[in-house]
Design a binder for this molecule. Sequence first.
Ligand code: PGA
Length: 249
Amino acid sequence: MRTPIIAGNWKMFKTNSEARLLVTGLKEKLAAVHDVEVVVCPPFTALASVAELLKDSKIALGAPNLFWEEEGAYTGEVSPVMLRDLGCQYVIIGHSERRQYFGETDQQVNKKVKAALRHQLLPIICVGETLEQREAGETDSLVSSQVEKALTGVGAEQIPKVVIAYEPIWAIGTGRSSTGEDANKVITLIRKTIAQQYQQEIADIVRIQYGGSVKPGNIKELMEKSDIDGALVGGASLKADDFVKLVNY
Ligand code: PGA
């Protein structure tokens, strides 16, 4: 049985004090949560204070990105060691906004995934196609190639720790979500890709989320699908009430 995982990607929203406020509300409202793993991923500037507030709660902390070196002259970057030291358990890797606006490549995503796993951080690896790629019928080949490249050189024993987020780019922040059926098709393909790269038994353990305009109104339809194990949520994770509804789908 795969434990569902609902993660909030706060992106570049919430100052430190706003983040504290939001997480205090979430902690209170989600105190009784069970059978669902909840993760919040605030911006770097709020990680330390959110970590402090989450100490005695069941909500896990995730970072929005990382660099693959442990330390060094890399101005502006944040290392896996620093994230672990703060109490991060998860890290989002290869979000489409990083690929699109900051030129992150599949090779860099792969280096980040390996660095995260080396330091006991669980990677949430984002993959997904643009609208043009979808309309050109390239979704399946693109997504399976992104998954294969992200996992290149990762040992089979590490794979159960990996979370994949299928996020079609045309659905992110647009209010235009994929249907449960469509998302499930691609997610089934992702599982098949992992089964081919490793083994079916391993692929069956990996949790695969859907992301892209997930809201209280469509979470149920998505979570009912056979291969969808959770959601990576942007906009709706910024309001405590909405995020609580998503967790309690
Ligand atoms: P959205 O973002 O829920 O606002 O569409 C999802 C994401 O980018 O992870």
